[in-house]
Design a protein around this ligand. Structure first.
Ligand code: FCB
Length: 497
């Protein structure tokens, strides 16, 4: 077998067995084998009582002055109002309305009804003491078909939201694209079509000019890797394809879109900062063999360096390009000057950390730590420290914000109506402590956004997985602060643990 063929096989195995491959389908993509595998009954939510005493003892871990504690959401997951005020259809409307795609046939039509209840949600944010709120702007609300004249009513909604944040002293952080591509653009080829990147830059320009006076930080594309893997390789996210060759062309066009949006911000004269939002997975060899080390290196290329090297070094990683091969659509699709656009200087890097990945010598993956209700998520706070310090070591001291980190729990109100998500408290506490240690070791981390402010539409899992600090009773749309929300308020008050 030639080295190339072997590499291809390894990669295929790695991709089909990756932890993220199991994401949100409930399918066990990663084999629970080998090293210290265990799955806890309540998926990390079943914390030993001695670890969750309330109020928590003051551990004396203070974060730097001005550290911005926040929470994150995204448009399709919370807004609802799918057909209101001129909003067009997105790929997620199409996908969620396709029978068999989403658990229980759930859709984002109503979601947490945030479009109508945003004022109440802003009050909740104030009650928590949030300093920063990360949300996304729905492209099809701004341009129903993905291009042309903007829809003023869509822009007005976000202006109301931004005004409400400013009134409450909460800094906005706006993501331009959190997966809800206008369906009309998908019909024209979606992210396989290079033109979509140009459309994105135009949309970004519209938003910068309309809302730029109110937004200090912009994020371009949320987790391009998830679109690539979940949307185009495994097909359990919109648009639901299984086409690896297309997937990596999509990876390139998403990054081109990122770079063009950065350039559009600079050209617009708007003063806000801008950066990418990447979900990074620290990759570790599953054992001490040389094969595992080699396979881990390539896996890291696909998980992390494919998105980091392009933006921060202006080049795709050579091992990934070699592995894809010269005939791949991606390699053929990269044009002169593209990497220069993609590596347009950014002001910050948004890191989303959920899980580590352990890679075996044959390119497969195994689990080493307990998983959460989301089977792809192994609970390993140390991974937060590792990925933050690694990024700073390998890519320089670019300011970092954590824009997502959190845990799904089977939250059910008790007889007293309270939601006792002790496991989420433990999870967050341990990840905050890891971030604190990374800051101590020189990582320029400036803010931390818990995923998520509210329970919401968790993509292919529908409403089954609850990730919020705030419980949403979907029947009545009543909000209830969970125990973790009360605990988080104290963390924010004392700026630490
Ligand atoms: C991230 C997504 C976010 C949410 C969390 C659980 O990958 O960006 O929308 O689904 O996972």
């Amino acid at each position: 077998m030639s080295l190339l063929t072997r590499r291809r096989l390894l990669r295929r195995a790695a991709l089909s067995a990756t932890a993220a491959g199991a994401a949100r389908t409930g399918l066990a993509g990663a084999t629970a084998a080998g090293i210290a595998t265990s799955t806890v009954a309540l998926g990390g939510c079943d914390s030993p009582p001695e670890r969750t005493t309330d109020p928590e003892p003051d551990r004396g871990l203070r974060f730097p002055d001005g550290f911005a504690w926040g929470a994150a959401t995204s448009a399709y997951q919370i807004e609802g109002a799918a057909k209101e005020d001129g909003r067009g259809e997105s790929v997620w409307d199409t996908f969620s309305h396709t029978p068999g795609r989403i658990r229980n046939g759930d859709t984002g039509d109503v979601a947490a009804d945030h479009y109508h209840r945003y004022a109440q949600d802003l009050d909740l944010m104030r009650e928590l003491g949030l300093r920063s709120y990360r949300f996304s702007i729905s492209w099809p609300r701004i341009q129903a078909d993905g291009s042309g004249r903007p829809n003023q009513r869509g822009l007005d909604f976000y202006r109301r939201l931004l005004d409400g944040l400013h009134e409450r002293g909460i800094a906005p952080m706006a993501t331009l694209f959190h997966w809800d591509l206008p369906q009309a653009l998908q019909d024209a080829g979606g992210w396989e079509n290079r033109d979509t990147a140009e459309r994105f830059a135009e949309y970004a320009d519209v938003v910068f000019r309309a809302l730029g006076d109110r937004v200090p930080v912009w994020l371009t594309v949320n987790e391009p890797k998830t679109v690539v893997q979940n949307g185009y390789i495994w097909g359990h996210h919109a648009p639901g394809f299984q086409d690896e060759d297309a997937a990596y062309l999509v990876a390139h066009h998403l990054q081109l879109a990122h770079g063009l949006a950065v350039q559009a911000l600079r050209a617009s004269g708007v003063t806000g900062r801008i950066g990418p939002a990447l979900n990074l997975h620290p990759c570790y060899p599953a054992d001490d063999s040389a094969e595992s080390a080699t396979a881990t290196r390539l896996h890291d290329g696909y998980e992390n360096r494919l998105y980091l090297d392009s933006i921060f070094k202006g080049a795709y990683p050579q091992d990934v390009l070699d592995d894809l091969g010269p005939d791949s659509r991606m390699v053929r699709g990269v044009r002169d000057g593209d990497l220069k656009i993609i590596s347009s200087p950014v002001d910050l890097l948004a890191v989303q950390y959920y899980t580590p990945i352990y890679v075996t010598g044959d390119g497969g993956t195994v689990r080493k730590w307990p998983t959460s209700e989301a089977e792809w998520q192994q609970i390993y706070p140390e991974g937060m420290y590792d990925i933050l310090t690694r990024v700073t070591r390998d890519y320089g001291r670019v300011p970092i914000t954590i824009t997502e980190n959190g845990l799904p729990c089977p939250d059910v109100p008790g007889a007293d109506g309270n939601i006792d998500d002790a496991g989420r408290v433990t999870f967050l506490r341990d990840h905050f402590a890891a971030a604190h240690r990374a800051i101590g070791d020189g990582v320029p981390l400036e803010s931390y956004h818990v995923w998520s402010l509210l329970d919401n539409f968790e993509w292919a899992e529908g409403y089954e997985q609850r990730w919020g600090l705030v419980y949403v009773d979907y029947a009545s749309q009543r909000r209830v602060l969970k125990r973790s929300a009360h605990w988080y308020r104290d963390v924010i008050r004392r700026n630490g643990l």
